[in-house]
Ligand binder design. Structure first.
Ligand code: HEC
Length: 345
C-alpha cells in the first residue's frame, strides 16, 4: 500500500495545535507526526504527548566512553609505555583528575552531539519542507498510508492550512545504521592508527620518533647519570681509532702564544721544560719510575705531535687525561708549543 507524506502550513500555534489534535483523532500515530517550526516549541504546547527523546542516553554513553578513555590514558598507557619517573609514583592524582574530567566532558558533548544527529534522522534530510516555515509559519507533517489519506486530508482542511503539500513516500532502504557503523569504524580506525604510531607499533619514517628523539627531557624524568669516566666534553669525537679526530693546527705565532699560556696553566704543575730545572712539587709526589718527564727530554722529543695530542687527551701511565681541561684545538696549541721547544744546551 502506498504511503503519503502530507505537510500542512499554519500561521499560528493555535491552529497548528488544533490540527495536531484533529489528526490524532483520525488515527495518526504520534510517531508519524512531525511539527516543523523555526522556533522551539515544546510538545506540550501542541497538546502532544511528551516525546521521549534519547539525548540523555547518548550523552550518558558518551560520558562513559570518555571516562573509560581517560582511565585508559591515565592508568594503562603508563604501564604500556614505560618511562623513567625517578622513583615518583607512576599514577598521579591531580593530573589524572584533570584528564578524567576533560575526557568525560568531551565524551558527554560528543555523545550529545551524535545523539542529536541520530535523533534528527541524519544523514537523510527528511521529508517535505516549505521555506515559509523559516519565516515563522508552522508545519505539521504526517506520514500515513493510503487508507487514512482521505480522513487526514479532511482533518487538515478543517483547520484551514495556508497550504497543504502532498507527496508519495518512496520506500527507501534505511541506511542510517550502515552509515553510522561506517563512521564509528572509521573513527576507531583513525584512533588505533594514531595509537599505533605513538606507541611505535607502526613506524613511520617521516614522523619524528616521539620522546626518544627529543633533546630535552620531561619534568618527570629521573636525574640523569653523570658522564661515564673518561667521557670527553668536546664538540665531536676527539679520537677516532686512537688517532686525533681534529687536524693539527698550523704552528702560527698565535697558536704558539696560546700554547705557551695553556702549558703554564695545565702542564707546568707537573712538567718542567728543561731537564736541568728542578721538578715541581707535584711532580715530586710521583714515584721515581713514573715522574713527569721534562718537555725537552729525549723521551718527549721522540714523540710525534699526534702522540702528544693523544697523551693529553687520554693521559698516559700516571698522567691523567686532560681532555676536560682543553678543547681539541687548544690541545694542538699546546702540542705546537711543546714541539717548538729546543733542549737547553
Ligand atoms: C698531574 C700531573 C701532570 C700534568 C698536569 C700533565 N702531565 Fe704529562 N705526564 C705526567 C706524568 C706523571 C707522566 C709520566 C707518565 C708515565 O710514564 O707513567 C707524564 C708524561 C707526559 C709525556 C710523555 C709521555 C711519553 O710516554 O712519552 C708528555 C708528552 C706529557 N706528559 C705531556 C703533557 C702535557 C702537554 C701536559 C699539559 C697539557 C701534561 N703532560 C700535563 C703528569 C702530568
Amino acid at each position: 500500500m502506498a504511503e503519503y507524506e502530507l505537510l500542512g502550513l499554519f500561521q499560528d500555534v493555535d491552529s497548528a495545535g488544533d490540527a495536531v489534535e484533529a489528526l490524532r483523532q483520525v488515527g495518526v500515530s504520534d510517531r508519524s507526526l512531525r511539527v516543523l517550526s523555526a522556533f522551539p516549541l515544546s510538545s506540550k504546547i501542541l497538546g502532544r504527548k511528551h516525546y521521549n527523546h534519547k539525548l540523555g542516553l547518548a550523552a550518558g554513553a558518551g560520558a562513559l566512553l570518555g571516562f573509560a578513555a581517560a582511565i585508559f590514558f591515565a592508568v594503562i598507557t603508563p604501564q604500556l609505555y614505560p618511562i623513567v619517573v625517578g622513583g615518583r609514583p607512576l599514577l598521579n592524582g591531580p593530573p589524572m583528575l584533570i584528564l578524567v574530567f576533560e575526557l568525560t566532558m568531551l565524551g558527554t558533548l560528543l555523545g550529545g552531539f551524535l545523539g542529536f544527529l541520530w535523533q534528527g534522522g541524519f544523514p537523510s534530510a527528511g521529508g517535505l519542507y516549505d521555506k515559509r516555515i523559516a519565516e515563522g509559519y508552522l508545519g505539521v507533517a504526517v506520514q500515513v498510508d493510503e487508507a487514512l489519506l482521505e480522513k487526514v486530508q479532511a482533518a487538515y482542511s478543517a483547520h484551514k492550512p495556508v497550504d497543504l503539500k502532498k507527496a508519495e513516500v518512496k520506500p527507501r532502504p534505511d541506511r542510517r545504521l550502515l552509515i553510522g557503523t561506517i563512521a564509528i569504524v572509521a573513527l576507531l580506525a583513525v584512533n588505533f592508527a594514531l595509537l599505533a604510531v605513538s606507541f611505535d607499533i607502526l613506524h613511520l619514517e617521516f614522523l619524528p620518533d616521539q620522546m626518544k628523539a627529543q633533546i630535552s627531557f620531561a619534568s618527570q624524568m629521573g636525574p640523569r647519570l653523570g658522564a661515564p669516566a673518561g667521557a670527553v666534553p668536546v664538540p665531536g669525537v676527539a679520537l677516532v681509532g686512537g688517532r686525533p679526530a681534529t687536524a693539527p693546527l698550523a704552528m702560527t705565532e698565535d697558536s704558539l702564544q696560546r700554547g705557551a699560556i695553556l702549558f703554564d696553566i695545565h702542564c707546568a704543575v707537573c712538567h718542567t721544560v728543561d731537564e736541568d730545572e728542578p721538578v715541581t712539587q707535584v711532580a715530586s709526589f710521583f714515584p721515581d719510575d713514573g715522574e713527569p718527564p721534562a718537555m725537552t727530554s729525549a723521551r718527549v722529543m721522540a714523540r710525534t705531535p699526534e702522540q702528544i695530542f693523544t697523551f693529553i687527551t687520554d693521559g698516559i701511565g700516571k698522567m691523567p687525561s686532560l681532555a676536560e681541561n682543553l678543547y681539541p684545538a687548544n690541545r694542538w696549541d699546546v702540542v705546537n708549543d711543546v714541539r717548538s721547544l729546543t733542549p737547553a744546551e
